[in-house]
Design a protein around this ligand. Structure first.
Ligand SMILES: *Cc1c(COP(=O)(O)O)cnc(C)c1O
Length: 405
């Protein structure tokens, strides 16, 4: 179907929840994708931090094909090997003792929110239900996760919101310490705010949060849906930030493109989930788990994590040079292969310009370009991105109005 027809079909038949770029992608290889007309693009979006191993990774394809031929789904009424193996893999390589599987980031956060509430109820009584999250955070689009998300734009028109959330400014320990009360069951945050514009949590701030939580038996929840699975150069971002959470959520990169989410927790916390308290029909099905297992194996046994770390540094350096050369760039932020470039101008136009030059990038919050390529991205592909941005920024005039925004 030609792109024009697809666009018309989408306009007619789909609920209009997305603003899409005017291309249709038909195949991918490594860090490149190809559109209907055969044009090539370097993929710095990576399915929004999902395609950890890039497109068409042989190990991932083989794992999915084999498992699909053997058993796709049977429900959680029975044991299946890929689910147990994946849980063990994640437990062996993290702070956590147990895993619950679901299908998305929002669902992983729902599980974390329910777990925290139940823990509060059981250990401290029914008054202990409040979860403090961060302003400018992003935790998903379900009713509970939009309430957890500290951004009015995702909540507007969907009120009444699920009660029991309070919002603290990110990286401000004084304020959150003042908000904590005997109602507080958990503090939930992204170690790096992704959708909110790529803001990295300070180590000192996290250390203080950890101490506060431990003292008052408040659960510390890290939403690593975007930062997990090697994105920042270590399997999980918390490893680099010097603090372990009590609960962690994963999704995006976990299945390398197969939909799967996970909520991981320490034994003492996980113990409040007993049979019948939480469930998901598709959660942890053999096909999704086999894919996630293949992703984990490649990350842990291959050199992909090292590569991600090196390429992350290379990308950050390239972007920093870009900032030095172009007035339109205000700041570079990020860790590993989660990098953001804050501009003095609206980032959306730059996204279109990059697309026209064969580079996929994405804008998050109004003025921030976000780069979340596959971890197998090559140096020359990063060079192409920097060249492309420079060529675009050369034509960009910063008005006084922009600069003082
Ligand atoms: C993308 C994202 C989510 C939501 O994940 P979905 O799979 O879209 O539900 C939650 N938290 C963070 C930090 C994310 O980046």
């Amino acid at each position: 179907m030609p792109t024009e027809e697809l666009r018309d079909g989408a306009a007619k038949y789909l609920m209009q929840t997305y603003a899409r770029q005017p291309i249709s992608i038909v195949r991918g290889r490594g860090a490149k994708v190809y559109d209907m007309e055969g044009r090539e693009y370097i993929d710095f979006v990576g399915g929004i931090a999902v395609n950890i191993l890039g497109h068409g990774h042989p190990d991932l394809i083989q794992a999915i094909q084999r498992q699909a031929a053997q058993l796709i789904h049977v429900s959680n009424l029975y044991y299946t090997e890929p689910q147990v193996k994946l849980a063990q893999m994640l437990v062996d390589h993290s702070f956590a003792d147990r895993a619950f599987f679901c299908n998305s980031g929002a669902e992983a956060n729902e599980a974390a929110i329910k777990l925290a509430r139940r823990y509060g109820h059981e250990k401290h009584g029914a008054e202990r239900f409040e979860i403090i999250t961060m302003k400018n955070s992003f935790h998903g689009r379900t009713l509970a996760t939009i309430a957890a998300t500290g951004q009015e734009k995702v909540q507007k028109g969907f009120e009444p919101l699920v009660p029991g959330f309070a919002y603290a400014p990110f990286n401000d320990f004084e304020t959150i310490a003042g908000m904590v009360s005997n109602k507080t069951s958990a503090i939930m945050l992204e170690p790096i705010q992704g959708e909110g514009g790529v803001h990295v949590a300070d180590r000192e701030y996290l250390k203080n949060l950890r101490e506060l939580c431990t003292q008052q038996d408040i659960l510390l929840i890290f939403d690593e849906v975007q930062t997990g699975m090697g994105r920042t150069g270590t399997l999980f971002a918390y490893e680099q930030l010097g603090v372990e959470p009590d609960i962690m959520t994963l999704a995006k990169g976990l299945g390398g493109g197969m939909p799967i989410g996970a909520c991981l927790a320490k034994e003492s916390v996980a113990a409040v989930f007993t049979p019948g308290t939480h469930a998901s029909t598709f959660g942890g099905n053999p096909l999704a788990c086999a894919a996630a297992l293949a992703v984990c194996r490649v990350l842990l046994e291959g050199r992909v994590l090292d590569q991600a770390k090196r390429m992350g540094e290379y990308l950050a350096k390239g972007l920093a040079d870009c900032k030095d050369r172009h007035r339109v760039v205000r700041e570079v932020r990020g860790l590993g292969l989660l990098q953001g470039l804050e501009l003095e101008i609206d980032a959306k136009a730059v996204v279109g310009d990059c697309l026209a030059r064969g580079v996929l990038v994405n804008a998050t919050s109004e003025r921030v370009l976000r780069f979340v390529p596959p971890l197998i991205i090559a140096q020359r592909e990063i060079d192409k991105l920097i060249e492309t941005l420079s060529a675009i920024f050369n034509h960009q005039v910063v008005t006084e109005k922009d600069a003082h925004h």
